[in-house]
Design a binder for this molecule. Structure first.
Ligand SMILES: *[C@@H]1O[C@H](CO)[C@@H](O)[C@H](O)[C@H]1NC(C)=O
Ligand SMILES: *[C@@H]1O[C@H](CO)[C@@H](O)[C@H](O)[C@H]1NC(C)=O
Ligand SMILES: *[C@@H]1O[C@H](CO)[C@@H](O)[C@H](O)[C@H]1NC(C)=O
Length: 208
């Protein structure tokens, strides 16, 4: 007689404990990401990543530090399934690496560093802390080969695959891939707009 009651109680307690966490989780995460998005708006990107630099200024990054919408669709079409969280982890890593690279080139007193990039770096780091709390990693799981390959290259200090890009190019892609990979935080504001579709960005209004 007692047993089913206990089980019921446990189930109920489980719900009570879990629900508030579930309810508060996503809004937190999205609020944090929206501050990142606001910081990446086109006005600020243009001012701090283009106007503030010499014309055609480029920096050297590794191939894997270029992460565009096209990379996402390619990775999604691989035979071995790639999970959304794999791509989100990748976005977090690549975005922060890109920002670090740009910061390394900037003099201590450069306005882009002081008024913009350091702050953006912090916002992304804060988001990452929340994100990791909400998406505990499954240590047992093996990464898909394509993702593992990218991580290996990103971490290899001797790997030589360099590409010249403008600082703005890095942040433009950081912005677009963010909207694509974290759709759930942004979709309600813009109907069914598909941020992952490369063509949509090319076509017009959305070329920000
Ligand atoms: C971008 O953000 C800045 C600062 O918050 C704001 O002044 C500007 O109007 C924003 N631009 C766009 C296109 O939303
Ligand atoms: C910048 O690059 C563009 C396109 O590659 C080129 O047409 C232009 O002459 C360059 N400007 C300067 C000042 O080097
Ligand atoms: C994205 O694609 C480019 C060009 O195909 C490639 O060089 C780069 O390594 C890819 N980036 C990632 C993170 O896979």
């Amino acid at each position: 007689m007692l047993k089913p009651k206990c089980r019921l109680l446990r189930v109920l307690l489980g719900f009570i404990c879990v629900l508030p966490v579930c309810i508060s989780a996503a809004p937190d995460l999205c609020a944090s990401l929206k501050t990142v998005r606001d910081s990446l708006n086109i006005t600020l990107r243009r001012r701090y990543m283009k106007t503030n630099f010499p014309i055609n200024y480029t920096i050297q990054v590794h191939y894997e530090e270029v992460f565009r919408l096209r990379n996402i669709s390619r990775l999604r079409n691989e035979e071995q399934p790639v999970e959304l969280s794999d791509l989100q982890d990748l976005w977090l890593l690549v975005s922060q690496e890109g920002i670090k690279k740009i910061l390394r080139m900037l003099p201590e007193r450069h306005p882009t560093r002081r008024q913009y990039l350091s702050n953006l770096e912090n916002l992304i780091r804060n988001f990452q802390v929340l994100y990791n709390q909400h998406n505990p990693r499954d240590e047992e799981r093996e990464l898909p080969e394509s993702i593992q390959h990218i991580w290996d290259h990103l971490r290899d200090p001797y790997y030589k695959g360099w590409k010249s890009v403008t600082p703005k190019f890095l942040l433009d892609n950081c912005y677009r891939t963010m909207l694509c990979l974290f759709k759930d935080c942004f979709s309600t504001e813009d109907g069914n707009y598909d941020y992952c579709e490369v063509l949509n960005w090319r076509k017009g209004k959305k070329t920000t």
